[in-house]
Unconditional design. Structure first.
Length: 844
């Protein structure tokens, strides 16, 4: 394939400087000619330590192009650099590829954001948390020239597994594979660390859990052995026919908590049963890894990222003190917001009181039907695979299994492969040579093999030694379509587990091909000048003339099966390109429920979506604060607080609420002006474009703007009220207008806030979790009821007090000074009760 000069060595950005980012960077630095050139990491300590180790060195400071406080910051920087004609700082070499090593839920938005930069990408597993996100990634990347794409399925690249696949698929030492049993023994304490206390303890909103985050590459490994094209049969894969799965949270739940621990205990450091509990955080982290092993690597560096520096600067005792401090951190479910609980790991938490919900024991069965192959007498026969992921094991991630073939059987355990053949009754043991300890502990060398294959593929493609397709097949070992297919099997298995059914894989594959760009589709050019200033687009959905939309879809069509993707814009040509397959969604298509498909609606954003989403969250928080806190508070205190300056206090509180609302409305208007929905109608081969409507035309913004306009009038009614009141205290018409307008607008604002959550579901991108709308509704109901109750109670109180004030008090009082002629008690005249009531009303 030729030699590659060091001058052409690729430059890589690592997004996420955690455990996986360090693993790949270490492998790139030690075993390839690639260079880690920049890091994007939100944690300052991790970013600094990563940079010192791999980029700018211990004694240096980072340059502007080497260190970024997150992937969004790098995207902004790279965008500006390219807009400025590629002007680079001294010593800067353009980034060639990206390692994405962040939390799972960020993979899809990151890839979609960097797709226009046309870089090579290696993404840590999983590719995304839903099938729709996987397909949107495929769509986003398909709009640009092909580049190398790899996934963190490290099992492909260990020497043990490479040897196993060669024996089974190339050498066919046991004939045709009939079935396989593959087990991933997670390890008893490892599961508690990562999937009960750690980052992967919660299932996705769609109910996908540890099968994806822990065992996704085991499913991929099985497909690699039994499904991926074999050198003997060409390019045709043997695809599954059906998938089933069973699993549950068998142990890590409250009902399994030892009685000796007590119902109130939720942290190991205060638990009376801790000395006898094998899951004691003190035993695992302090006694074993800190005191005995004195190993500041994984898992201790996950619990305390700075622990290595603490040991070097202050010693082991200081490190232990910091560790115990972290393990002592805890929460009370009754007072701690769930989002705060979910936002971090709690490594001292009792494993029976954690917020985990991912299964700890699961089986998956995959079946293949008979598959004829041209030129072969028997083709490929039916076969089965049984995968078992389980937690209570001594072995930790040391996969083991048995493969049954027509001519023999194979057993493997991540270290040796044993082949027994029936014909000669012989058993051959293949010992896999030991690698360097640092390599061996990285998934049996899989981390290093994956990084090396990716870097070599990037070099060969960039130096025109190989095409992208050749590099994907010969070096990476798979392409994006295969990556998505393996994820689809995981999602299908999770669906089978949740719904206790057998999933027909052929139907899943048909949806994939028709909706998700698995097969290459020609773009559809749509001429337009109206949207040239928009830089991004996202999430297309069937546009129906009449529909029954619900949480699960439109007219029975599941949302994750809608055609999705981004649109490539070509302003210089006055056109946009869409890859939606209108052959599957022709105009006039009859949908379930009697609806008719009129086209495809596409939301388009003038700015990167993550900016839009940040503003959307701020908009919701500010508006909710105005209508759930400040406006009701002002209305209540004017009734219940008898303070001489209550009118001014009321005015200040309402002014704060109005300022919050004006800021929220400004953000809403900004979102409306940067967002547009367009309709693409499949009326011809090239499609036709028509603008549908902007976001400000919808019900939520319209109501909000009307409320805003009337809210701005409210201070004027109050000023006029006081002015006329001073000249004639009996004139209270403006007071009543001010009062009731305020009550109506506050009520409308609360209702519109709930409508806002519903409206957000119609705009693409990350969805609100289920709890914010529920919490908002509860708080709004309580606040509104309280406000009305206070108004009614105090109105009755004022009525009775006024009645008492009007009671005649003109009888003579003995011994008191009075009028000499009448004998009636003398009193100073003041405002009448009617005037007082009028003034109090006017103040509200």
């Amino acid at each position: 394939m030729g030699s590659i000069s060091l001058a052409s060595s690729p430059q890589f950005l690592v997004i996420g400087a955690g455990s996986r980012g360090n693993a790949y960077a270490r492998a790139v630095e030690a075993s390839t000619t690639g260079t880690i050139a920049a890091v994007a990491e939100i944690d300052p300590f991790k970013r600094r330590e990563f940079g010192k180790r791999y980029i700018w060195g211990r004694e240096e400071q980072p340059r502007s192009h080497q260190s970024f406080g997150g992937w969004e910051e790098w995207v902004d920087w790279e965008t500006r650099r390219r807009q400025n004609g590629g002007g680079e700082a001294e010593g800067y070499l353009p980034i060639t590829g990206v390692f994405i090593c962040t939390l799972d839920e960020t993979h899809a938005p990151i890839i979609q954001a960097i797709a226009p930069f046309n870089l090579h990408i290696l993404c840590e597993k999983p590719l995304a948390l839903s099938l729709s996100d996987c397909l949107s990634i495929s769509t986003a990347l398909s709009n640009y020239p092909p580049k190398v794409v790899s996934i963190g399925h490290v099992l492909h690249y260990s020497q043990h597994n490479i040897k196993l696949r060669k024996l089974l698929t190339h050498d066919q030492v046991i004939g045709e594979v009939v079935s396989i049993e593959h087990t991933e023994p997670v390890g008893w304490w490892h599961f508690s660390h990562s999937y009960v206390r750690g980052n992967w303890r919660r299932a996705t909103p769609d109910g996908v859990g540890s099968l994806l985050t822990k065992s996704g590459h085991d499913i991929d490994f099985i497909l690699w052995l039994l499904c991926s094209p074999s050198p003997l049969v060409g390019d045709k894969p043997h695809l599954p026919s059906s998938i089933s799965s069973f699993g549950a949270v068998t142990h890590f739940r409250k009902s399994r908590k030892p009685k000796a621990a007590g119902a109130a205990t939720t942290n190991c450091l205060s638990c009376p049963a801790e000395p006898d509990c094998i899951y004691s955080a003190k035993k695992i982290y302090r006694d074993r890894w800190l005191r005995k092993e004195k190993d500041t690597g994984w898992p201790l560096k996950i619990v305390v990222p700075e622990i290595e520096d603490i040991v070097q600067s202050n010693g082991w005792d200081a490190a232990e003190e910091r560790l115990m401090q972290t393990l002592g951190e805890n929460y009370d479910k009754s007072i701690t917001d769930d989002s705060a609980i979910a936002s971090r790991s709690w490594y001292g938490r009792c494993v029976y009181e954690a917020d985990n919900n991912v299964v700890d024991d699961q089986t998956v069965t995959i079946a293949w039907d008979e598959d004829p192959v041209d030129g072969q007498e028997h083709g490929r026969g039916p076969k089965h695979a049984l995968f078992h992921m389980t937690y209570p094991t001594e072995a930790q991630c040391e996969r083991r299994g048995r493969v049954y073939g027509s001519l023999g059987e194979v057993t493997y355990d991540s270290h040796t492969i044993t082949v027994h053949t029936f014909a000669d009754n012989q058993t051959v043991v293949h010992d896999i040579p030991k690698q360097a300890p640092e390599v061996e502990k990285s998934h049996g060398g899989g981390d290093w093999g994956l990084a090396g294959a990716f870097v070599q593929a990037v070099q060969n493609v960039d130096n025109d030694v190989m095409t992208v397709a050749e590099a994907q097949r010969e070096l990476v070992g798979c392409d994006l379509a295969e990556i998505i297919l393996s994820h689809a099997v995981v999602f299908a298995a999770e669906e089978a587990r949740r719904e206790r059914k057998v999933v027909d894989w052929e139907q899943c594959l048909a949806w994939l091909k028709n909706r998700g760009n698995v097969d290459e589709q020609a773009p559809i050019d749509v001429a337009t000048c109206a949207v040239q200033h928009f830089s991004q687009a996202a999430t297309a959905v069937p546009y129906v003339q009449s529909s029954d939309e619900s949480a699960t879809g439109v007219n029975g069509i599941a949302k994750d099966l809608w055609p999705t993707g981004t649109i490539a814009l070509r302003p210089t040509e006055g056109a946009i390109s869409s890859d939606f397959n209108f052959d599957e969604w022709p105009a006039g298509t009859n949908l379930p429920g009697g609806a008719t498909l009129a086209g495809i609606s596409v939301w388009m954003f003038e700015i990167p979506y993550h900016y839009y989403n940040h503003v959307r969250i701020a908009h919701a928080v500010l508006a909710a604060s105005a209508f759930l806190v400040w406006f009701p508070l002002g209305g209540i205190i004017i009734r219940v607080w008898n303070h001489r300056n209550i009118v001014w206090i009321h005015a200040v509180v309402q002014a704060i609420g109005l300022a919050f609302f004006v800021a929220a409305a400004g953000m809403g208007i900004w979102m409306g002006n940067t967002t547009q929905r367009v309709r693409i109608q499949p009326s011809s081969d090239s499609g036709s474009f028509s603008e549908e409507f902007g976001i400000l035309d919808a019900y939520h913004p319209v109501i909000g703007l009307c409320v805003l306009g009337l809210m701005l009038v409210q201070p004027l009614t109050e000023i006029a009220n006081h002015r006329y009141f001073q000249s004639n205290p009996k004139i209270v018409l403006l007071a009543h207008l001010h009062i009731w307008l305020g009550r109506v607008l506050t009520t409308l604002g609360m209702i519109n806030g709930g409508l806002g959550f519903h409206f957000a579901e119609t705009v693409p991108g990350p969805r609100w979790p289920s709890w914010p709308p529920i919490v908002y509704g509860i708080i709004a109901g309580v606040v509104w009821t309280t406000h009305i109750a206070v108004v009614l109670v105090w109105a009755e109180f004022d009525r009775r007090r006024a009645a008492l004030e009007e009671t005649p008090q003109d009888e003579p009082v003995p011994g008191q000074p009075g009028d000499i002629e009448t004998g009636v008690r003398t009193r100073t005249e003041g405002p009448s009760a009617e005037t007082k009531r009028a003034y109090r009303c006017s103040a509200l």
